[in-house]
Design a protein around this ligand. Sequence first.
Ligand SMILES: Nc1ncnc2c1ncn2[C@@H]1O[C@H](COP(=O)(O)OP(=O)(O)OP(=O)(O)O)[C@@H](O)[C@H]1O
Ligand SMILES: [Mg+2]
Length: 373
Amino acid sequence: MARVVLENVTKIFDGDVIAVSDFGLDVANGEFMVIVGPSGCGKTTTLRMIAGLEKPTSGNIYIAETLVNDVPPKDRNIAMVFQNYALYPHMTVYQNMAFALKMRKFPKLQIRKRVGEAASLLGIDHLLNRKPNALSGGQRQRVALGRAIVRNPKAFLFDEPLSNLDAQLRVSTRAELKALHNKLQATSIYVTHDQAEAMTLGDRICVMRNGMVQQVGAPMKVYEKPVNRFVAGFIGTPPMNFFAGRVEFRNDTACFVFDSPPRRTIKLPQPSKAVLANYRDKKMVLGVRPEHLSLHPFIGHADNIITATVNAVEHLGTRTDVHLTSETGPGFVTSIDPHLGLNVGDTVKIHIDLQKIHIFDSGEMGKNVTLCE
Ligand SMILES: Nc1ncnc2c1ncn2[C@@H]1O[C@H](COP(=O)(O)OP(=O)(O)OP(=O)(O)O)[C@@H](O)[C@H]1O
Ligand SMILES: [Mg+2]
């Protein structure tokens, strides 16, 4: 197993498509790193460069402390698992799993031992004589994994390996992959556009957009401390709510004034005051996650309350997501206790947990200024 390092890696296709831009990532030995980002952001291109199937336009890639820029794929000792499994249809499961070892002229006995071990690890011993077309999607996926495991590679690369499975199988296979990683402790780089998959699988996640790294960190760190509005909106379902407005100071108190009428004002956490002073009277965006908004009883007065109308109620069992339209403009979502009876058309007061808000520069890539405290 090995550390994998990408240093200022850029890939430009056909002279003008910048697929990956100045990409830096340091994956520790044994780590499970998930690269997550929207379609077309350069995830597959990054993996293919690590595997050696694509040559970087500039930058360096190291595997096990060795510069591999000029090392051909077959000599990198990296195993890649693809979305479409890429199994040989005319070969049995055993032959599929044994193929790479056979090509490398491994002794027969050793091939049998390795395939047997991988098959039992994955629970596919009983399928070894079948051909891929006689397997379910989940079983094919395991064979593809098995084929990677038998090679005992320096690192595993996964390109959306679960995306052809149905929702339920995806979730169970996800858990099995995690368990498998805990057993093998193999350096793994896993690519997905599914943020839930990234959160559940990754020791760390690398959020990518337009070929560039946005943030790298432990899943909960990225969730709780997103560096910019893109990361804040991409990680988490339902996504973070955003409200446009302005930071103003009233009697030396930092406040957020919503743009939309009636231009309601809420007081911001005063420990952030020094930072917020730099953004006085600037157009900013307030971000708050659905679970940090709660229903507030109508009685009495309280700060940090907005009034809203219920548009839709989605019961998910463990929680209920309520879609609202606020007096302060755009729609937003709150996640509440599923036993609170709410109906479409109800008017409610929503309390904002000020300890959990974020203030971003305006624009879809706006920096999270509340992290700079
Ligand atoms: N061989 C190629 N020639 C030209 N452009 C390419 C080539 N391969 C990829 N691209 C472009 O590079 C960008 C990144 O593609 P890539 O496949 O890496 O994205 P991705 O993040 O894997 O997307 P998805 O989630 O849809 O799989 C895209 O704009 C794509 O059109
Ligand atoms: Mg891809």
